[in-house]
Design a binder for this molecule. Structure first.
Ligand code: FES
Length: 128
């Protein structure tokens, strides 16, 4: 699967194609924590199929897939990725299954989720 990495040049955002699934970006071993991932599931990001592990945070699944830009800021339309990863900062807001303003860092991944980058304040469900 291919997806884009956001790169900046001046005020313009460019996408470069990278085969993210070739890279494993998850931590699989840790001296203190035990990782026991759930089943592998497929979900959709911007219409492209992506795989992750059931129950892991949506932001973690996206990050592992190489997707860093989760939304664009309201006023200057700057790209934002997750920051606090504990549900406090709202930098990770995305649309999930048509619902805007979902904090992806604390939302568990589920099979078949349809996730989109959020622009500004997000679209109302009725607008999607
Ligand atoms: S990264 Fe801060 S709320 Fe999600």
């Amino acid at each position: 699967m291919s997806a884009g990495i956001a790169l900046f040049s001046g005020n313009h955002l460019h996408l470069s194609e990278v085969d993210f699934m070739e890279k494993e970006l998850r931590i699989s071993e840790h001296p203190v924590l035990d990782f026991s991932p759930g089943d592998k599931v497929q979900f959709w990001f911007e219409g492209e199929p992506v795989t992750g592990y059931l129950g892991e945070p949506v932001a973690a699944a996206l990050h592992a897939a190489g997707i860093r830009v989760l939304r664009y800021s309201r006023r200057l339309h700057r790209p934002r990725g997750f920051y606090c990863a504990i549900g406090n900062c709202s930098e990770c807001l995305v649309e999930i299954d048509g619902e805007p303003n979902v904090r992806s860092c604390i939302t568990p991944l589920a099979e078949g989720m349809r996730i989109r980058r959020q622009a500004g304040e997000g679209r109302a469900i009725a607008d999607s």
